[in-house]
Write a new protein. Structure first.
Length: 618
């Protein structure tokens, strides 16, 4: 096939694809133009199928007839004059590609007026060309009407999501830009219903409250730092506020919302000992920095930036957080520690005897499954230690040995069905030895000379999940009515996800209703929860809803069910002998007893010969 030079129309459509992914991309570009035009009030409205009708109205500077005549040409911009200006960008837009891209994949109508013109201008644009223009009476500012997005690129249109998902993308864009610009009032309307409405704020915390909700706003800490090179203002969560993903991490550099994984990881580092594992802090970072230290020209969408390596802003961000999270943390003076303190000879027996005092009842409950252990064997004179290193080579995770076993690392439901699996055979005749670290049940199979360790939390999670799964698949989820219904405040985005998935939650056993603006009330929950579910579960469930679903029926309910099992027996919970026996019997009956719903092992085996290696008996 011979090489040809593409015509300008084809080139423009290809270029548009790099800038405009979906209707939300159009909204983002138009809002950024409005902000650059010094607007104080911005309204976004959508109607019907998302993309068929989009309106963005502002009260900014407007455009003259001369500006309008070139605004839809590729690389026409008022923000740059030379290549050197790329090193000193202070505006949100600068490439001059957005309007041209929008006009090549949709039908555009513009109404605009400057404060120096007596009348406004109305123009219609298709494929980058003005097809009609006339004078009309207008207030100052600009209004864009966008019709039939991707009408001339049907392949692109086919890959748009459903209306609710596409609207959530738009809502997300408006929320993020609104949080970074409290000096501007934003309004978002869908089918004549106001979804988001903010006022001009002097205090960013009021904007956080109105966008993200009370629960987030009241659990944020704040600190700031200012120097000649940069100004930092950061709101970050206390140890009670966290989420299951990074969705509520907002970074603004010179007013631009950006993503920067290095900054996210830096901030998360300070929460390692404060919040649960695999949870993420909420934060809003506002950074004003010399534009020459920031490169915003590394991605067509301008949502990724690169900070100069010559500045120490990362260290300052860390210190700004640490100062509030750890106010009593000090640098240790090594001189204050005498040599005698460092040389103190602590007996290994003193270390292991230092523990929390337990009540007699707790101790009896904890030891009631231990058989005939002679405490004298732990006396110091009976033990001799030699320095040696060894390795347990054959500690095995129990796995299915049936024909249904798969080598995939990803556990697939309904693949393990053999009722005569290895765990059933090995645990038919066990002896409870005790509980290790208040978490791991120790079992002995004397016939096979194998020691089993069962994670009581992981095992109970598996049992609960399979009970819940059976009820769900038979449409017989048993519910309980809460004596005190629980009200949960949500952000607008979280509320939108709940509204789009009420039926999914109902099928899972939750009776959830709207309760005022951006709030829901929980009246019924699955009995499997036992006690009232913690509010964190609802937030986790919302976060697990896949944003890329085609319809409500494609929501993965099993994700939510896996999260529901967080109410299982915890590490550290004391179990009686009867409770241990029931746990093991229920685990044996499970379809897949080998892992918890999240893929972690429930049980491992250690053979006698591996223990003998530790004592140099082999």
């Amino acid at each position: 096939m011979s090489i040809i030079v593409l015509d300008e129309a084809t080139v423009s459509k290809i270029a548009a694809g790099e800038i405009i992914e979906n209707p939300a991309s159009i909204v983002k570009e138009l809002i950024e133009n409005s902000i650059d035009a010094n607007s104080r009030n911005i309204t976004v409205e959508v109607k019907g199928d998302i993309g068929n009708y989009i309106r963005v109205t502002d009260d900014g500077d407007g455009m003259t007839k001369e500006d309008l005549s070139v605004a839809f040409l590729r690389h026409s911009t008022s923000k740059l004059k030379t290549a050197e200006d790329l090193n000193n960008i202070v505006s949100l837009g600068f490439r001059g590609e957005a309007l041209a891209s929008i006009s090549h994949i949709s039908k555009v109508e513009v109404l605009t007026k400057t404060d120096t013109d007596l009348s406004g201008i109305r123009a219609e644009i298709e494929n980058g060309n003005i097809t009609k223009i006339n004078n009309v009476g207008l207030p100052n500012g600009t209004t864009f009407f966008i019709y039939d997005v991707f009408y001339n690129t049907p392949v692109r249109k086919k890959y748009l999501k459903n209306n609710n998902t596409e609207f959530n993308y738009i809502l997300e864009v408006v929320q993020k830009i609104s949080l970074g610009n409290p000096n501007i009032a934003f309004k978002l309307i869908r089918d004549n219903k106001v979804v988001l409405n903010t006022t001009i704020e002097n205090d960013i915390k009021n904007r956080i409250f109105s966008i993200l909700g009370r629960d987030i706003a009241t659990n944020l800490l704040n600190n700031s730092f200012e120097s000649e090179s940069y100004k930092i203002n950061i709101y970050f969560s206390n140890n009670k506020l966290y989420r299951s993903n990074r969705f509520h991490q907002y970074i603004y550099i010179n007013g631009r919302y950006v993503r920067n994984l290095d900054i996210s990881r830096l901030i998360e580092k300070y929460y390692y000992s404060l919040i649960p594992l695999n949870r993420y802090p909420v934060f809003l970072l506002f950074l004003e920095i010399d534009p020459i230290l920031v490169d915003v020209n590394i991605h067509p969408k301008k949502h990724e930036v690169k900070l100069s390596k010559d500045n120490n802003v990362m260290a300052i961000i860390g210190e700004t957080i640490e100062e509030i999270l750890f106010p009593n943390r000090k640098i240790i003076d090594p001189i204050s520690n005498t040599k005698e303190e460092f040389k103190k000879n602590v007996s290994v027996f003193e270390i292991f005897s230092t523990k929390e005092e337990e009540s007699p009842e707790e101790k009896n409950n904890y030891l009631d499954s231990l058989d005939g252990i002679n405490e004298n064997i732990f006396n110091e004179e009976n033990l001799t230690f030699e320095n040696y290193s060894t390795e347990i080579e054959n500690i095995n995770f129990l796995k299915d040995t049936s024909d249904h076993y798969t080598t995939s690392n990803v556990y697939k439901e309904n693949e393990l069905k053999d009722s005569h699996s290895q765990i059933n055979k090995n645990l038919l005749d066990y002896r409870i030895v005790g509980i290790l670290f208040k978490t791991y049940i120790i079992l002995e199979d004397s016939f096979s000379s194998i020691l089993y360790l069962i994670d009581q939390h992981a095992a109970h999670e598996r049992i609960m999940y399979e009970h819940y799964k059976v009820q769900f698949e038979s449409s017989e989820v048993v519910r309980q009515i809460l004596l005190t219904p629980e009200v949960i405040n949500l952000s607008a985005d979280e509320m939108s996800k709940i509204e789009n998935n009420f039926e999914t939650f109902l099928n899972l056993g939750f009776q959830i209703e709207e309760f005022g603006e951006n709030a829901v009330i929980i009246r019924e929950v699955p009995v499997i929860f036992g006690e009232t579910p913690h509010i964190d579960f609802i937030y986790d469930a919302i976060a697990s809803l896949d944003k890329d679903i085609k319809s409500g029926y494609e929501v993965d309910p099993y994700k939510i069910m896996r999260k529901a099992c967080k109410s299982a027996v915890k590490a550290g919970d004391k179990l009686s002998t009867d409770e241990i026996n029931k746990l093991i019997k229920d685990l044996i009956k499970c379809e897949n007893p080998y892992t918890c719903p999240h893929g972690r092992p429930t049980i491992i085996e250690i053979k006698k010969r591996d223990i003998e290696k530790l004592f140099l008996r082999e």
